[in-house]
Design a protein around this ligand. Structure first.
Ligand SMILES: Cc1cc2nc3c(=O)[nH]c(=O)nc-3n(C[C@H](O)[C@H](O)[C@H](O)COP(=O)(O)OP(=O)(O)OC[C@H]3O[C@@H](n4cnc5c(N)ncnc54)[C@H](O)[C@@H]3O)c2cc1C
Length: 412
């Protein structure tokens, strides 16, 4: 590092901040990374616990479409750094990746910890300085960045700054959204943080909850028509929880269900509990049961028992459950009423954040020249499937490009 090399402060040691640190250091820029937590990348590590889903093998246009209302803003970022770039990054660190049956991309050992460990080692060797237990709390009158450590308040300035402070879920891992007031004070427009990739709460009876909380509901089709009138239909599975439902099938619909709830105060997800049979075939089987009870016919001839039978009883009146015609119709289109999203603290990611209108194409805040932003703290959302991490990496790389250009321009 040369004596007169430029100096950048990155606040937030998640994937968005760390990839920017890597890009900048490779260009001879001195980087100091500050984070409120005792160690770096805690949410990244957590993401690896259920299998580190780094990215997705979707064709590029489909991949970009996953960012829904923000696909126009995300397209240039993903053009700069896409799923293949992320796989190459892992490869360069010494970790092979593979495409799972769902098209999701994982490191071969599925784990985040070895990857993060190697990454941090390389960053430190490259000269990145880490300052943990430093919570950014705003600017002082001299426009320096103020950090609260366990013992004191310290102030720093740099030639450029990158905020990569994350969203608002799992706050005990560090990203708690407490950065919002400091940026609002600077007149930065921020869309309120909202639960994304979330479960939903239902009004389960005590009996249903006691029997089925924790039980997966397998091979069902869920259908939902969103506020724009688009019908989405997807086969998969979800889990009954103490308070409602969650799981990969639900996350597909989560943003649409959440937005509909916000608009109408209630929302209904429709479930086909037996995709392999038509309603008329089911009706015929239920009507031709001789002396058998409906429940035993459901179980014996249709394979509906346990949690699926429990759901039918939970959602239908007794009269409708005992009527073969209404029961057949409900098996194919069970209306499941959802009350609210699960609390933001428990969800995988959050929507909302710094509005793109506040940012240049290189992710610099127009109102704060030299201050850049990246990662989940920007106002985009995506379903699970590796799109979240890819969006964080892509925005981190674009912000690093922007910082390089900004520093170059300052040099004259
Ligand atoms: C359970 C779980 C599973 C997930 N699984 C996946 C997955 O398989 N695939 C996928 O693509 N995504 C997954 N995600 C989402 C993914 O982990 C996040 O989108 C990603 O980590 C966000 O990166 P980021 O760098 O923007 O922010 P973060 O990783 O949240 O990092 C932000 C950092 O900023 C620090 N910080 C915040 N405020 C301050 C402050 N005031 N001062 C100093 N430091 C501060 C925090 O301590 C934190 O270290 C998962 C998330 C969770 C919770």
């Amino acid at each position: 590092m040369s004596e007169n090399s430029k100096h950048v402060i990155i606040i937030g040691a998640g994937p968005a901040g760390l990839i920017a640190a890597q890009e900048l250091t490779q260009n001879g820029i001195q980087v100091d990374v500050f984070d409120a937590m005792p160690s770096a990348g805690r949410k990244f590590l957590q993401a690896g616990k259920g299998g580190m889903n780094l990215t997705h093998s979707d064709p590029f246009d489909i991949f970009v479409g996953r960012y829904r209302q923000r696909q126009d803003e995300m397209r240039p970022l993903l053009t700069r750094f896409d799923a293949d770039s992320l796989r190459q990054w892992a490869h360069d660190l010494g970790f092979e990746t593979f495409v799972g049956s769902s098209g999701r991309v994982f490191p071969t050992d599925m784990r985040a910890a070895p990857l993060l460990r190697t990454w941090l080692q390389q960053l430190k060797q490259a000269g990145v300085r880490f300052h943990m237990r430093h919570r950014w709390i705003g600017w002082n009158d001299a426009n320096q960045l103020m950090f609260q450590t366990p013992t004191e308040t310290v102030c720093h300035r740099a030639d450029a700054v990158l905020f990569a402070l994350g969203g608002g879920s799992w706050p005990h891992l560090g990203s708690d959204g407490k950065w919002i007031p400091s940026l609002v004070e600077k007149d930065i427009q921020i869309a309120p943080l909202k639960a994304a990739n979330c479960g939903f709460e239902c009004d389960w009876s005590d009996d249903f909850r006691a029997h089925f909380a924790g039980t997966p509901v397998k091979t069902v089709i869920a259908r939902f028509t969103n506020l724009e009138g688009q019908l989405t239909e997807r086969q998969g599975e979800f889990v009954i929880t103490e308070r409602g439902i969650e799981g990969s099938l639900i996350y597909v619909f989560a943003a649409d269900l959440r937005d509909y709830l916000a608009e109408h105060g209630q929302v209904t997800l429709t479930l086909d509990l037996l995709p392999s049979k038509t309603e008329s075939a089911i009706r015929a089987i239920l009507n031709n049961r001789g002396s058998k009870s409906l429940s035993s016919q459901l179980k014996g001839k249709l394979g509906i028992d346990g949690v699926k039978a429990g759901l039918l009883k939970e959602c239908l009146s007794k009269a409708d459950f005992l009527n073969p015609n209404t029961l057949a119709a409900a098996i194919k289109a069970l209306p499941l009423s959802l009350l609210r999203t699960t609390p933001m603290e428990e969800v995988i990611s959050t929507a909302g954040g710094i509005c793109f209108s506040e940012l240049t194409e290189q992710l610099m805040l127009k109102k704060l020249p030299g201050v850049f932003c990246a990662g989940e703290m920007l106002d985009w959302e995506a379903p699970t499937g590796g799109y979240l991490l890819t969006g964080c990496f892509a925005s981190g790389v674009v912000a690093a490009d922007g910082i390089k250009a900004w520093l170059g321009a300052q040099n004259g």
